[in-house]
Design a protein around this ligand. Sequence first.
Ligand SMILES: [Zn+2]
Length: 242
Amino acid sequence: MEETKGHIHPLTRTMDEIVRIFTELGFEVALGPEIETEHYNFDALNVPKNHPARDMQDTFWIKGVKETVLRTHTSPVQVRFMEKHEPPLRIIVPGKVYRYEATDATHETQFHQVEGLVVGKDVTMAGLKGTLESFFKKLFGDDIKMRMRPSFFPFVEPGVEIDVSCFLCSGTGCNVCKRSGWIEVMGGGMVHPNVLHASGIDPRKYGGFAFGMGVDRLVMAKYGIEDVRLFYSADLRLVNQF
Ligand SMILES: [Zn+2]
């Protein structure tokens, strides 16, 4: 009978674990639609009208329905949640997202994100760093290190990329971290005042931080899976290893 037992897909398992950790850190789970309007997916998030992400190459537009897309990130849920709730807010948003691109070993047209948002009166970059340090320690163990590097995303200012010390080689250098000792796992930053304003929150009274991670790549690195397409191949040899 042992052979016929079900296994939880590694993506589902990791998503569940991430959500559980953030719930312990006081976050509430928020969900939203996968079919989105251009307003929630781009405009309210301060993505300029001429931004390349809106191009046919990156976004699935719904045929025959004006200004409607398959969401390209989980960030529209931030806007929807802020419209309906007063700060202080502390949410985590797990979900599927879609990009129109050629598939290969590291690219798929659908993947998973977990996004976080904190809005309140004294929300700082130091708060973002502290929250993520707690999260990474719970996910990878107490020895994990993290670092932030300046970056740009339209919906945050300032924006950062977040790396963790390689959890396979502990920072000494291996194939997965490309000998650097670090793995890029997240983007984040302080929520742009335009995004707060578009969501009905006064940026003079409140501030926020947000962060988001691609779960598929994290799982690939964690378990040494070399082709992202295996996740959706229905090949039980993958799932049965977990
Ligand atoms: Zn490494």
